[in-house]
Design a protein around this ligand. Structure first.
Ligand code: ADP
Ligand code: MG
Length: 642
């Protein structure tokens, strides 16, 4: 038996390991299973290239709990280690690796969240164990098995062992403060979290299944009543992982149902089918595989539980892909697997990393291509899905210039009558009718077909198209479209978006023909005086307009610019922070051509009543009439009926 001292510069590294990232102690199991997997894959490789004569068979990794002995065993059938290899890889390399890692990160580790996931390696065992044993036999027949033991001080022992079969067994003597790792449920939970898709089968305990050799018989008793015998059960190895998950296969090997069953495998609690998927597969200039799914998204973006999962060579790393996947795609689901994502750096470094940037660009491009081909190949289907995917696309157009360019060709603009136009189609369609006298193309939109109903009707009357744009970020998007439109080409006609209730329809799209006013200038002056006398000045700007005599007498409008700024400041960004307290100001458009105006001018004693009634009706159509004002309105209306 040999005794030795691990060459350490830090006086005692083990207390440090123990304290390291307290909440992440559980990763020891992933590290040890990763090593066991590596060892098994190495052997497989050696036998494929003919360097190993041993029968590779179907190696497994087994996890065993010995509750009484307070031990956890991780057993593999991989390459194993010779005595020299233990000395080199465990005592020198692994140890110095762990030491270096801790030295480098002990100060910054706490804030970065992701650090500690990778790199601590074999020595992470000491986060949960007071003593660790390695019993290992190399695949090289003539080598003796060895037994290494270390109790958490820099001293270790190394002796011969009787182990006959190739592979490595790691025995953890679980420390008193870590006994949770002797619980079957806890280990199961960890295996499912980190190892669900690892490439070597992992066995944990046994389970009962129906005996395939036994088919239950149906027996008739004396009275002819049929009873069926009970199905016999047998006990089999419980393999917890799927070593060949869908994303490791070629798209050509997979059918639609394989993609949906993999979705279910990833998110067992998701019952809704995803809308479509995108298979990612590159090996140059970086390695990346994966499958992304577009889930059905509603405008209500509640905190998402089922997020994109990041793997490295089929080992789960995290479901926080911030900094790796562009923000707008974080609403998607699925898996990304790449060995090229550096994980032992902080998030801010990650965002600056060249490989990671390329990965984000690649993913964005793939998503754009997929959407484009869906649009091209089956437009009807794409239109049907539009409402469920628009949030992602609109958000992407706002945040990624490259994506904006591509998406402008397939982003849809639905009208209140459920026609869908692309941006170019829309401009072409409305060009004739909706160009104003200054040459601007005015694109009308509503955000709520019910609330803005009367304004929509007024616009339809004129033969205009009204879009229905109801996502929460629409004000940001139209702001961007207006700006980009002129930037894309200076030959483009300038465009202006206007919500239907932003002004009277004649003012929204001003035409050359001057409307003739039925009132004289003197009458107009008088009318303005009367209206202003009864309408609260701090809330309404009175604006006389010679509109169609059939248009409403009074209309309340919120200028496009004001409302948009307010909305943009509420939904964040746009440099409008702190402008949340916009004063509540409206325009009161008074239609001088409506017959009611004559009545108001001529009425004796009833002027106030008429003005208030007309104002309340205008408020009502904007959903602004509430409380005491509503009560008064109802009373007054009944009075007027008498
Ligand atoms: P890494 O896995 O990054 O190399 P570790 O600290 O996890 O670092 O492991 C150090 C080395 O110990 C491995 O590279 C490998 O050579 C050896 N090793 C660890 N576990 C096993 C095992 N189960 N079978 C064979 N070799 C192993
Ligand atoms: Mg390792």
């Amino acid at each position: 038996m040999a005794k030795g001292k691990i060459n350490v510069s830090v006086e005692n590294i083990f207390p440090l390991i123990k304290k390291f990232l307290y909440s992440d102690h559980e990763i020891f199991l992933r590290e040890l299973i990763s090593n066991a997997t590596d060892a098994s894959l190495k052997l497989k490789h050696l036998s494929t290239i003919g360097e190993s004569k041993v029968d590779f068979g179907n190696p497994q990794i087994e996890i065993k709990i010995d509750k009484k002995g307070k031990k956890l065993h991780i057993v593999d059938q991989g390459v194993g280690m010779t005595k020299e290899e233990v000395e080199k890889y465990i005592n020198e390399v692994a140890f110095s690796g762990a030491e270096e890692f801790l030295e480098k990160y002990k100060d910054t580790a706490k804030d970065s969240g992701i650090i500690g996931h990778f790199g601590l390696g074999f020595y992470s065992a000491f986060m949960v164990a007071e003593k660790v044993e390695i019993i290992t036999k190399s695949y090289l027949e003539k080598e003796d098995a060895v037994h290494w033991e270390c109790d958490g001080s820099p001293e270790f022992t190394l002796k011969k062992d009787k182990k006959k079969d190739r592979g490595t067994e790691i025995v953890l003597h679980i420390a008193d403060d870590s006994t949770e790792f002797l619980e079957e449920n806890r280990i199961s939970e960890l295996l499912l979290k980190y190892n669900k898709f690892m490439p070597i089968p992992i066995k944990f305990g046994t389970k009962e299944i129906d005996d395939p050799k036994h088919t239950p018989k149906t027996i008739k008793d004396k009275e002819g009543k049929e009873t069926t015998e009970e199905q016999k059960k047998i006990s089999v190895d419980n393999i917890i992982n799927n070593p060949n998950p869908a994303w490791t296969k070629q798209p050509s090997e997979l059918k639609a149902e394989d993609y949906s069953s993999f979705y279910r495998e990833l998110y067992p609690m998701q019952f809704e089918e995803p809308l479509f998927n995108i298979h990612l597969n590159v090996d140059y200039p970086f390695n990346l595989t994966g499958i992304l799914y577009f889930p059905k998204l509603t405008t209500n973006l509640d905190v998402q539980k089922d997020r994109i999962q990041l793997y490295q060579n089929q080992v789960f790393v995290t479901d926080n892909v911030e900094g790796i996947v562009p923000d707008f795609l974080q609403m998607l689901r699925g898996v990304i697997d790449s060995p090229d994502i550096p994980l032992n750096v902080s998030r801010s470094y990650l965002q600056a990393d060249g490989a990671v940037k390329k990965i984000a660009t690649y993913i964005t491009k793939k998503v754009g291509d997929k959407l484009q081909s869906l649009f091209k190949n089956d437009r009807a289907e794409f239109e049907k899905k539009w409402n469920d995917i628009k949030i992602v696309i609109e958000y992407g157009m706002l945040s990624e210039p490259k994506f904006f360019e591509k998406a402008l060709k397939f982003a849809l603009f639905p009208t209140v009558d459920q026609s869908y136009f692309t941006f170019d189609e829309l401009k072409e369609k409305v060009k004739e009718a909706q160009t104003d006298k200054d040459g601007n193309l005015v694109l009308l939109y509503a955000t709520n077909a019910d609330e803005q109903h009367s304004y929509i009707e007024d616009a339809k009357e004129k033969g205009y198209e009204i879009l229905l744009l109801d996502s929460p970020i629409v004000s940001h998007l139209i702001q961007k479209l207006e700006g980009e439109n002129s930037e894309l080409s200076d030959k483009n006609q300038p465009i202006k978006f206007a919500r239907v209730d932003a002004d009277s329809i004649d003012n929204l799209i001003k035409k050359d023909e001057e409307q003739i006013s039925k009132l004289t200038d003197e009458e107009k002056g008088k009318l303005k005086e009367i209206v202003e006398a009864f309408v609260p000045k701090e809330k309404y700007t009175v604006q006389l307009e010679a509109l169609d005599s059939k248009s409403n007498p009074f209309t309340i409008t919120i200028p496009e610019f004001m409302r948009r700024m307010k909305e943009m400041s509420q939904s964040g960004g746009g440099g409008m922070m702190g402008m949340n307290n916009f004063p509540e100001m409206y325009n009161l458009v008074v239609n001088t051509n409506n017959d009611l105006m004559q009545k108001i001018l001529k009425a004796k004693g009833k002027k106030e009543e008429y003005v208030n009634q007309a104002l309340d009706l205008a408020k009502l159509s904007q959903n602004l009439l509430q409380g005491k004002d509503l009560t008064n309105f109802i009373k007054r209306s009944f009075e007027l009926m008498k």
